[in-house]
Design a protein around this ligand. Sequence first.
Ligand code: AHG
Ligand code: MN
Ligand code: MN
Length: 335
Amino acid sequence: MHTGTTLTQFIIEEQRHIAGATGDFTALLNDLATAIKVISNAVNKGALIGTMGALDSQNIQGETQKKLDVITNEIMIRTNEWAGHLAGMASEEMDEVYAIPKQYPLGKYLLVFDPLDGSSNVDINISVGTIFSILRAPVPNRVAAMADFLQPGTQQVCAGYALYGSSTMLVLTMGHGVNGFTLDREVGEFLLTHPDMKVPEETKEFAINASNRRFWEPPVARYVEECLAGTEGPRGKDFNMRWVASMVAEVHRILTRGGVFMYPRDTKDPSKPGKLRLLYEANPMSMIVEQAGGASSTGHERILDLQPEGLHQRVPVILGSKNEVETIVSYHKAA
Ligand code: AHG
Ligand code: MN
Ligand code: MN
């Protein structure tokens, strides 16, 4: 019987082409896949295991933490800290860099993650996800400092997300295209179901939180206005709008049927240049979208070229089908 390509088989075959690969990376991805299976289980059990609702605590960004934000962060740490592949971790839910405990060996990679993306959706049973980015530690086998994590997105060795939707999927890139795997719960493995994913070039769909409309800058307002004008407007076609409030779900839709996703800079809170965080949201998602033939920009600059200045730095994000992103960028240039 043919079982299909498992995630482990896929990664091992990829790594065979890389001179000097030691198997560390393969093992790290295996641990990550385990963490994702455990998170998928916790998310799926929902109210049965008492994980719904919020805590009294806030994270460093002043957001109220959901119980599952903290549980999933813990799962990511415990599953990935022990094996000796990492020199440090950083996450949305931890103020500072997480140092690997002394009893464990250190390794050559850094892991950065958003353990539960779209967590406002957990209580209402709508898709959430996990986003991760793997970087090389500038100095291997040494406890990583904050500055070690401040690498532009172009330096990412691997980026991926897990989507806990109607099925659980793992989508990842190691810099040679994007591949999607679906969790077969009975078998307990991720199986390759979406080889070589590509963002369709033509699109009629956009995603933006329209409740922020009065705070948008003119280029974004212009773009959305033109989409809304439909067949009578300058675009000459009707557009459709979506907003899931889970970036993972939005990016997955874009990888499947195209479109554009925007969380742009707005004037709502001038101290925040956008909502999404560069290191564990914008960078990994930008690498995936670019690797699938799409584009990703702040409106002014390619996101992957940005030099990060802080672990929890926020950036404006405009990503998806290349032509649409280029159009929005051209509106920023013209403004
Ligand atoms: P997180 O749950 O990790 O804090 O991220 C939520 C993000 C992102 O996934 C989503 O696109 C956006 O916030 C939703 O923002 P609104 O609440 O403004 O819709
Ligand atoms: Mn998030
Ligand atoms: Mn989160």
